[in-house]
Design a binder for this molecule. Structure first.
Ligand SMILES: *Cc1c(COP(=O)(O)O)cnc(C)c1O
Length: 267
């Protein structure tokens, strides 16, 4: 017997309005901080972190014009993808080009959580980019899968800048040697760095970590072409991150509201 079709995720009018307002408010705050920091707003991407929230929330954000999304678990997104397939399938840019607004025709999905080696194949199939790479072993597996799929996967290296036991990420002193080992992997494109600073109520507490990530990028940028991205800043501290050079802020709570289901990564 055939499996019943996955029900179409239909966001309510209230959800569409609420998420649309949150996105508009955020884009305004990003523009304001860019103005203060003398940066062009087009150099800062807004990533909507939809983890834990249902597919409806992602659809509502998409309808409000959002295209870049982050999810932190392969399994969780695999389930949502089933539900989303009714809306969006195929390449990000269809044969006839992007949509009228010049935007991708489906959500662009980045993996921003830890990847286990037994999930690299699935991750390479489901995600457009991997922003939390922190080991050569995972990189090698991802590279083989990408080669088999005929893709080049953009990756960011997640750096651990604090001494918290629970955090993922590469110790900064190992960055040089990891980059050298990644250079021959032709189906990965290493485009920059990502970090999650220790949780702190005060946004200013994150500033030294953001600054350190920028300095690390700058230290390696000459040697590696296209090593330009800095994924840093979340709902509580993205303004500080932009002042310190962030090129992508990863925002969950300020778009979708509080997460009620516990998740493995910072909540
Ligand atoms: C959950 C998560 C975010 C979003 O955090 P908010 O504080 O809800 O904006 C950003 N980055 C990573 C890696 C996450 O896991």
């Amino acid at each position: 017997m055939e499996a019943p079709p996955t029900p179409l995720p239909v966001p309510s009018a209230e959800l569409i309005a609420e998420i649309g307002e949150n996105l508009a408010a955020l884009r305004k705050r990003i523009a304001e901080v860019c103005d203060r920091a003398r940066r062009c707003p087009s150099t800062v991407e807004l990533m909507a972190v939809s983890k834990v929230h249902p597919a409806e929330a992602l659809v509502a954000a998409f309808q409000a014009g959002q295209r870049l999304f982050g999810e932190n678990r392969v399994q969780e997104f695999a389930a949502k993808r089933e539900a989303l397939a009714a809306y969006y399938s195929g390449p990000a840019v269809s044969a006839s080009g992007p949509d009228e607004a010049g935007k991708p025709t489906r959500p662009i999905m980045h993996l921003i959580g830890p990847l286990q080696s037994n999930k690299t194949t699935k991750a390479a199939e489901l995600f457009d980019a991997m922003d939390s790479l922190d080991s050569l072993k995972i990189a090698q597996r991802l590279n083989s899968t990408a080669a088999a799929l005929g893709k080049v996967i953009p990756v960011l290296i997640e750096v651990k800048l604090s001494h918290e036991e629970t955090k993922h990420g590469l110790p900064p002193e190992e960055l040089g040697s990891l980059l050298a080992s990644l250079a021959p992997l032709e189906n990965l494109r290493v485009s920059g760095l990502m970090t999650v600073p220790p949780l702190d109520e005060a946004p200013e507490a994150a500033r030294p970590y953001f600054r350190q990530l920028r300095e690390l990028r700058d230290a390696h940028a000459k040697q590696y072409q296209s090593f330009t991205e800095l994924s840093m800043g979340m709902s509580g501290d993205f303004e500080v991150a932009i002042e310190e050079g962030s090129t992508c802020v990863r925002i969950g709570t300020a778009i979708f509201g509080r997460r009620t289901v516990p998740s493995a990564e910072p909540v």
